[in-house]
Write a protein that binds this ligand. Structure first.
Ligand code: NAP
Ligand code: 3JN
Length: 350
């Protein structure tokens, strides 16, 4: 594979919300592809998807699907990754996995290229893409950590429904119509498909993303806490998270509180660190009401930061507002970017 200039790529979960975005980005970025395989469950096998003006037939993902594949991009849920990612590696593919299946596994790099690209070098066939809420937060934290050090992070999220997949998006659309038609709203998916209770998301806010853990935090909150420490190589960094689902389709927003290590840091210092940082766009001017929103960040690659303020009581404390498209930088773009960086650095083959 070392001297290749074009690659055989498989997209597992090609018919899903993340998979669709991955396919769109591979096309838009003119990713160097020889052959592409689009894989799903039995349900969508046979469906046709256009790729660079060519009709590709979706196939059911099986262990044999990975013969001849160089790069496999997985977004079909953790159980599919656990079963098929090792099979893909056995066939010689490098796997970039969008699920939480391997994120905290030792020896599996968990990578946001702007933050810890170097970790890609030590991969053993599987590379994990972090959770969307984690990705955008660490991209904003990295320039602050480098310039001023970090002593504490507390985040509250405002997450879009597309983070829960296509079915959840359909549910929001249907409930919105029902509410406006004065009908009872039917809730069958959110907050978590398969959990005991379901609540309407339309015109509501749900303080549960993923299932509850024994410590009272949800799994989404624990992903943010544990993944942030791993990506930032900061196992001792105190991180707390509250994750909330809101009724809009795309882009997650976050209110992030940080305490920096250096004394006498100003808002202007933080602006300087953030402005022009890799993958970050600063949009912050109260005098012109300039700040990012989920709508303004949608379909964009970058992480947008605004509302930088000094805490009024805690020395070295600052508040930020961080917004990014959860399906782009939060999932599909970070995945394709990892593949690009592996190729650019010649790190695809061990
Ligand atoms: P989705 O819209 O529900 O799509 C799920 C995809 O997985 C579909 O293509 C589906 O194929 C496929 N699939 C389901 N069961 C399968 C099986 N047994 N074998 C092969 N393919 C199977 O979900 P999504 O929003 O795209 O998310 C998919 C996964 O990506 C999530 O479960 C999560 O692990 C990960 N994700 C990560 C992030 C992140 O934060 N980085 C964000 C969102 C999602 P069919 O059409 O045949 O059903
Ligand atoms: O809910 C969101 O906004 C992001 C969801 C991500 C997600 C959804 C289902 C399963 C994940 C993830 O990537 O953390 C998983 C998973 O654990 O793989």
């Amino acid at each position: 594979m070392a001297n290749k200039t074009v690659y055989n790529v498989a997209v597992v979960g090609a018919t899903g919300a993340v998979g669709e975005k991955i396919i769109q980005i591979l096309q838009d970025k003119k990713f160097p592809i020889d052959k592409i395989k689009l894989l799903s469950s039995k349900r969508s096998a046979g469906k046709k998807i256009m790729f660079h003006n060519q009709e590709i037939t979706v196939e059911e993902a099986t262990p044999e699907s990975f013969a001849g594949v160089d790069i496999a991009l997985f977004s079909a849920g953790g159980s599919v990754s656990k079963k098929l990612a090792p099979e893909a590696v056995k066939h010689g593919a490098v796997v970039i996995d969008n699920t939480s299946a391997f994120r905290m596994t030792e020896g599996v790099p968990l990578v946001v290229p702007e933050v810890n690209e170097i970790d890609l070098k030590s991969h053993n066939g599987i590379i994990a893409n972090p959770n969307c809420s984690t990705i955008q937060m660490v991209a904003a934290l990295k320039p602050i950590q480098e310039a001023y050090g970090l002593n504490r992070v507390i985040v509250s999220t405002y997450q879009a429904v597309s983070g829960s997949g296509i079915e959840a998006c359909n549910e929001l659309e249907n409930q919105s119509k029902q509410y406006l038609d004065n009908q009872e709203m039917t809730a069958e998916i959110l907050p978590v498909k398969g959990d005991k209770n379901h609540y309407p998301i339309a015109f509501n806010a749900l303080p549960q993303i993923d299932v509850f853990q024994d410590n009272g935090y949800t799994f989404e909150e624990m992903k943010m806490i544990n993944e942030t420490k791993k990506i930032m190589h900061a196992p001792e960094l105190p991180v707390a998270a509250t994750c909330v689902r809101l009724p809009f389709f795309t882009s997650h927003a976050e209110s992030v509180y940080v305490e920096v290590d250096k004394a006498d840091v100003t808002v202007a210092d933080l602006w300087k660190a953030l402005d022009g940082a890799d993958g970050v766009v600063l949009e912050d001017d109260p005098s012109t009401q300039t700040y990012p929103t989920p709508l303004s960040a949608s379909n964009k690659e970058e992480v947008f930061v605004g509302r930088v303020r000094k805490d009024l009581d805690t020395a070295n404390g600052f508040h930020l507002w961080v917004v990014s498209d959860n399906l782009m930088k939060g999932a599909a773009w970070n995945t394709v970017q990892i593949a690009e960086r592996l190729i650019q650095n010649n790190w695809l083959v061990k």
